[in-house]
Design a protein around this ligand. Structure first.
Ligand SMILES: [Zn+2]
Length: 292
């Protein structure tokens, strides 16, 4: 069982109020006195209600390459025009668009006759069932063919990326407000002056995979721990963000970090790879807290 508690509760919400769900879960936990987890209790309740938990909601950040059993509901963030292309003398059609949910965004490509089913516009919510994901230059894309099913949904999608550290998972695009609790000394590494990619040292020289022996630049990487009261996470900053942190921040400062949650396989821990950092003015912090 690798369904998350929240995902099952999401399914239960189609039939029960939050209060009913809580009550039923508490009752089930008591009935089976400590033999099952909350997630297990939620699964049993779903089963009793005849809900197929395998037809489950998938978060965009969690989609994997290949066929994902379940459904994705996302908000259309951008819609491109349909276009034609020629391949092997045949004319084909495709239409690309971008959808997002609270975990991230993904490009969707509709092919052939499927293009006629794309009648939604920016701001609409769409539901895609049996999601087929392909990887294109390292970027995941949902592909829709004649067997795919996409429909308009009246569900309101909240794509607020604001998250607490305690609730993040790998792949999430997030915005986190917290305090720098520990700041490490910057480290520097060498990049190719032509393409900006990392280079390998070879004796006196530095070698770029693409450009051979090249001139290099030294760029900083800075790590720090960010704490928001629900937990702490190591934040990794490269280049511009790293320079910003080196020049402007110290421990104890309250900041907002936008970026992506990645798993550091070596240490088996989640890290936040920063792509934007801002100082938080005290007034803004209070305003944000009041909004919660
Ligand atoms: Zn290069």
């Amino acid at each position: 069982m690798n369904l998350e508690y929240e995902e099952i509760v999401e399914l239960l919400r189609k039939y029960l109020t939050d209060e009913q769900i809580d009550r039923k879960i508490e009752a089930k936990l008591q009935e089976l006195s400590g033999l099952i987890s909350r997630e297990g209790a939620a699964c049993i309740i779903a089963h009793e209600l005849g809900i197929d938990i395998n037809a489950r909601r998938l978060k965009i950040a969690r989609l994997i390459r290949g066929v994902n059993t379940g459904e994705v509901i996302g908000k259309v963030l951008r819609m491109n025009d349909a276009r034609e292309f020629v391949r092997d003398g045949n004319v084909g059609r495709l239409r690309g668009f971008l959808i997002g949910d609270e975990s991230g965004v993904i490009r969707v490509v509709a092919w052939g006759d499927m293009v006629d089913n794309i009648t939604m516009g920016v701001g609409d919510s769409v539901k895609i069932e049996s999601v087929y994901v392909r990887e294109n230059n390292g970027t995941r894309e949902i592909h829709l063919n004649e067997r795919s099913k996409i429909t308009k949904s009246d569900e309101v999608i909240n794509i607020n990326k604001r998250k607490h550290i305690g609730e993040v998972a790998e792949g999430f695009d997030v915005e986190i407000y917290g305090t720098i609790v520990q700041l490490f000394e910057p480290r520097f590494y060498e990049i190719c002056s032509k393409c900006g990619k990392r280079v390998q040292a070879n004796g006196e020289n530095f070698v770029c995979k693409e450009h051979g022996v090249v001139d290099i630049e030294k760029v900083p990487v800075v790590n720090f721990y960010l704490d928001d009261g629900t937990g702490n996470i190591r934040v990794v900053c490269f280049r511009k963000e790293a320079e910003g942190v080196m020049n402007s921040y110290s421990a104890g400062e309250q900041i907002m970090v936008q970026g992506r949650i990645a798993n550091n396989n070596f240490f088996n821990r989640l890290e936040l790879i920063a792509n934007h950092i801002e100082t938080l003015e005290p007034a803004r912090v209070i305003e944000e807290l009041e909004r919660e």
